[in-house]
Design a protein around this ligand. Structure first.
Ligand code: PGA
Length: 300
């Protein structure tokens, strides 16, 4: 991986792209405009980040209820991110129910194996059926002290291994009050993507989650969130290409609830959400997923 820069297409990347061809076309419908140019429409993504909540019984009940609630819902990629010890249990439930919900992990360590007590590798996650992984969640950054460089290592390793990665970025309250939100989010995105080649962005999702909005009940206004999502998409276009940037799902997180989801998701550059508290209530999570599918269908 080392030596690649954004925009380069290494031979390995081309091979990998071919391997993921089918998944790519399932995720991005290509719409032909009257003039014949093509515009990618993004399928919304909604993830339920359970954090350090649930136990084997309540997590199983939640997975069953969410599977049943989403059974006939098309036009969206939904995922749940349970705690590590319950991954296999939740995978069995999703499989038994025939749910198309993705199994996600809240974190990973980038090294292949070895003396890293307490850490979990990509191979272990794959072994448990994990398809999607959160990287750089605000609580990892601010409670556990993860730095941009470590987040870059994790993201590179995940995308290199063919997994879907949800890169989380967001400014703190002090940074927003100082008017530094653009600088902070741009730095987090840019450093996380260092040496990640363009084809890998097909498996990338970016979650904009202002730290001050997470778990606080305070939500960014749809306009403030849209502004930041547009800034991130513009940055991706400069780092890669407009076409790549147009395909990356940029989702919003931070106190998303059934009653504010539709307004947030109807913004041009908001392609779904990462849901914490409300993902622990199946009815709320299902309602948020429905809002994402419906608003995506109504976007121009
Ligand atoms: P919240 O969490 O929905 O409880 O604010 C979001 C997140 O941390 O991903």
């Amino acid at each position: 991986m080392s030596g690649f820069v954004a925009g380069m297409v290494p031979a390995a990347g081309r091979t990998r792209r071919a391997v993921h061809h089918t998944a790519f076309h399932r995720t991005y419908a290509v719409v032909l405009t009257p003039k014949g140019t093509s515009v990618a429409t993004r399928k919304p993504f909604v993830g339920g980040n359970w954090k350090m909540n649930t136990n084997r019984t309540t997590g199983s009940d939640l997975a069953r209820a969410v599977s049943d609630g989403l059974v006939n819902l098309d036009g969206l990629d939904a995922a749940v991110f349970p705690p590590f010890p319950y991954l296999l249990t939740i995978r069995s439930i999703l499989r038994d129910r025939g749910a198309s919900i993705r199994l996600g992990s809240q974190d990973v360590y980038h090294q292949q194996d070895g003396a890293f007590t307490g850490e979990v590798s990509i191979a272990m996650l794959k072994d448990c059926g994990v398809q999607s992984v959160l990287v750089g969640h605000s609580e990892r950054r601010h409670v556990m002290g993860e730095k941009d460089e470590l987040i870059n290592k994790k993201l590179r390793a995940l995308l290199d291994a063919g997994l879907e990665a949800v890169l989380c970025v967001g400014e703190t309250q002090e940074e927003r009050e100082a008017g530094h939100q653009e600088i902070v989010n741009a730095r987090q995105v840019r450093t996380a993507l260092a040496e990640i080649p363009a084809p890998y962005t097909d498996r990338l999702i970016v979650a904009y989650e202002p730290v001050w909005a997470i778990g606080t009940g305070m939500t960014a206004t749809p306009q403030d969130a849209q502004e930041m999502h547009a800034m991130i998409r513009g940055l991706l276009a400069r780092l890669y290409s407009q076409a790549s940037a147009d395909r990356v799902r940029i989702i919003y997180g931070g106190s998303v609830k059934p009653d504010n989801a539709a307004e947030l998701f109807s913004q041009t550059d908001i392609d779904g959400g990462l849901i914490g508290g409300a993902s622990l209530k199946s009815a709320d999570f299902v309602a948020i997923c429905k809002a994402a599918a419906e608003t995506a269908g109504a976007k121009p």
